[in-house]
Design a protein around this ligand. Structure first.
Ligand SMILES: [Zn+2]
Length: 156
């Protein structure tokens, strides 16, 4: 159990070393945290203060997970980043910096371009790739917003 904040900081509780969370172990881990906290937990220095403090990272709800394609581990929306259960565990362990930088790039893209332009460009790029005969994965990787996010994550 860490006294570095994390689970306790997210709930505004102080780590006393022993408490209700030890009696109810299944509730000891937070079900969500801010993208800002997630990035710092993974050792990523966040420029611009708490630019990601209002974005929530949480495990994907069951209904959405059922429509996710296989191999999807995360999806960034304007104010929330949904991640698979396994990925959420990695984030709590502070072991997901590359993924978090990638998703934070998407959060910036939503902000910079707006919902309509983001979706138009994202889906348009994908459909153009498919229209010229690319299979799903290459068409997905050719999406400009995906390339930009991947490049940002790789630069680190
Ligand atoms: Zn992406």
């Amino acid at each position: 159990m860490s006294s570095e904040g994390g689970a306790f900081a997210d709930y505004g509780l102080r780590d006393t070393g022993y408490g209700i969370w030890d009696i109810v172990p299944d509730m000891a881990l937070p079900r969500s945290l801010s993208l800002d906290t997630a990035l710092r937990r993974s050792g990523v220095e966040v420029e611009g203060g708490s630019r990601y403090a209002s974005v929530v990272v949480r495990p994907v709800p069951g209904w959405l997970e059922r429509v996710w394609g296989s191999g999807v581990v995360a999806m960034a929306l304007p104010r929330v980043v949904f991640v698979s259960a396994a990925t959420f565990d990695r984030i709590l362990d502070g072991d997901a910096s590359t993924l978090l930088i990638h998703e934070s790039a998407h959060v910036d893209q939503w902000r910079d371009h707006g919902i309509v332009r983001f979706l138009t460009r994202y889906v348009g790029d994908y459909l153009r790739g498919r229209a010229v005969g690319l299979p799903h994965r290459p068409a997905y990787r050719a999406i400009r917003f995906e390339r930009e996010a991947t490049e940002r994550a790789e630069r680190r």
